[in-house]
Design a protein around this ligand. Structure first.
Ligand code: SF4
Length: 489
């Protein structure tokens, strides 16, 4: 369940403005609890499923179902007063301006054990802050916390196992209690800072770079923000902002930049593409006929198939355009796994057949290499053939990163940024599936049997079209780069 005060705390440790947004714009603005994309919807569903499975480990636990915090807090108090109730789920606490819900509270003598459930297989630093906030709220409500731990997803879990095997408990009592006490002392200041009627004046910090409000807040109406400079270090960021510089246009020529940063700076200053001489020799390394290859994959907390661990990246499909020269397509091959079973072996076999010869295998990012290497580990009988595919890989994105920049890239070299800049007449807007996360969730839903037969057929066609568009986009992108090399771009 979303906890506004906790969000406020976790986000306002670096930004009072963000805290103000959360308090005052909760429904329509950032931090809305309503998922906006298929990927967000899927993550919410996964979280709910993991939460329910965690509760199943405590069959006598009582769930506080009330959504309203005041009523939920009253129901929690009532449950705590009943000594027969040993475990409470979603226990609510609402004291002064502090509101919190504890995933699982277990009666422990005169105190309570706090357990927070996370649908992650990895312990993360911010989980301590998260639990510290809840522990502080519980302490303010008069509870004695005897232990604080996380329930994380076990990497040993496999489909068909009991829910008891799904979780590992990690004790964080000492850190949580220490952080909770530090937070208790800071809390009045945080509340003062964020609860006024006026929105605090935003101050640009390095943390803004990853903030989802950036373009509406400190980045608003700033074209070519210095955050677009590749690998801008916090030190250089501070040097620039100390001089009042937030736009790449205002960065002086004397400012020390790396080679790649300089290429970008020159491109933005000149408002024209920058092409390094090495682009030509890099592209000449490509051996023909070449295959432009793209994979899609799926990754879920609860594995979709036996013998795969949680959050394992399972390749689900590929597309390959084969060209005998730049921009000249000879053939297209594609494969989409049977979603009802683990089809990785069949996919790997077909992949080897579909990428014959010694020509280059052109990819966009390191992802395809990672997938093929993982297939080689999973299927040793295919490993020699798969490893020889890896040897043929040429990464077009890496070539762009080192040798080319267009002012319309806006600091990103993802295919979704470079394609509109270089091939504006090609877009994903007419496709039913237009980005990777939707493709991932669509396949997961297929595997989970969420579509009827007719819809499943339609979604499978959509998946094939999306992946095909990705490899065709790479063909077109390469063609444009070649035009720049030849001076006709
Ligand atoms: S952009 Fe920066 S100042 Fe604005 S809300 Fe985000 S972190 Fe806060």
């Amino acid at each position: 369940m979303r906890n506004l005060s906790k969000d406020l705390f976790l986000n306002t440790m670096t930004c009072p403005t963000l805290g103000w947004e959360l308090r005052n714009d909760d429904i329509s603005g950032h931090g809305s609890q309503f998922p906006r994309t298929l990927g967000e919807k899927f993550r919410v569903e996964q979280g709910i499923d993991i939460g329910n499975r965690a509760r199943s480990l405590f069959p006598t636990g009582l769930l506080i179902e009330e959504k309203d915090m005041a009523r939920a807090a009253a129901a929690t108090r009532q449950a705590m007063e009943d000594p027969r109730i040993l475990t409470i789920f979603e226990a609510a606490f609402f004291v002064d301006s502090t509101a919190a819900r504890a995933d699982i509270l277990i009666r422990d003598g005169t105190g309570w054990s706090l357990i927070e459930v996370k649908s992650s297989a990895n312990d993360r630093g911010n989980y301590i802050d998260d639990m510290a906030y809840t522990a502080m709220a519980l302490t303010q409500a008069g509870l004695v916390i005897t232990s604080a731990s996380l329930l994380l997803i076990s990497k040993e879990f496999r489909l068909g196992m009991d829910n008891r095997d799904l979780f590992v408990e990690v004790d964080h009592t000492d850190e949580v209690l220490l952080h909770a006490e530090a937070l208790r002392q800071l809390w009045p200041n945080i509340i003062d800072e964020t609860s006024g009627p006026e929105k605090p004046r935003p101050v640009l910090k390095f943390e803004c770079k990853k903030c989802s409000l950036f373009s509406e807040c400190t980045g608003k109406e700033i074209k070519n923000h210095i955050f677009q400079i590749p690998r801008l270090s916090p030190k250089k960021f501070l040097e620039l902002t100390a001089s009042g510089i937030v736009s790449i246009e205002d960065v002086p020529a004397s400012f020390p930049l790396t080679e790649r940063q300089t290429m970008m700076w020159e491109s933005v200053q000149a408002q024209s593409p920058m092409v390094r001489d090495e682009l030509e020799s890099e592209l000449e390394r490509i051996a023909w006929p070449a295959h432009y290859l793209d994979f899609e994959s799926v990754m879920t907390a609860i594995p979709l198939y036996p013998n795969t661990p949680p959050y394992h990246q399972v390749p689900t499909q590929y597309s390959s355009h084969c060209c005998d020269n730049v921009g000249h397509v000879m053939a297209h091959a594609e494969y989409l796994c049977d979603h009802t079973k683990d089809s990785r072996f069949d996919l790997a076999k077909r992949l080897i057949e579909d990428l014959p010869g010694n020509g280059s295998i052109i990819v966009y990012s390191n992802f395809e290499k990672t997938i093929i290497n993982a297939l080689a580990v999973a299927f040793p009988s295919l490993a020699p053939s798969l490893e020889s595919l890896v040897d043929r890989i040429v990464d077009l994105q890496d070539i762009i990163i080192k040798n080319f920049y267009h002012p319309d890239f806006g600091g990103s070299v993802s295919l979704k940024s470079t394609l509109p800049a270089l091939v504006p007449d090609m877009s994903y807007s007419s496709l039913a599936i237009g980005e990777g996360e939707t493709a991932m969730v669509t396949f997961a839903y297929l595997a989970m049997g969420r579509y009827d037969n007719e819809s499943a057929d339609a979604e499978r066609r959509n998946l094939l079209e999306y992946c095909k568009q990705d490899t065709l986009a790479m063909v077109k992108l390469h063609e444009r780069l070649d035009e720049y090399v030849r001076g006709v771009g």
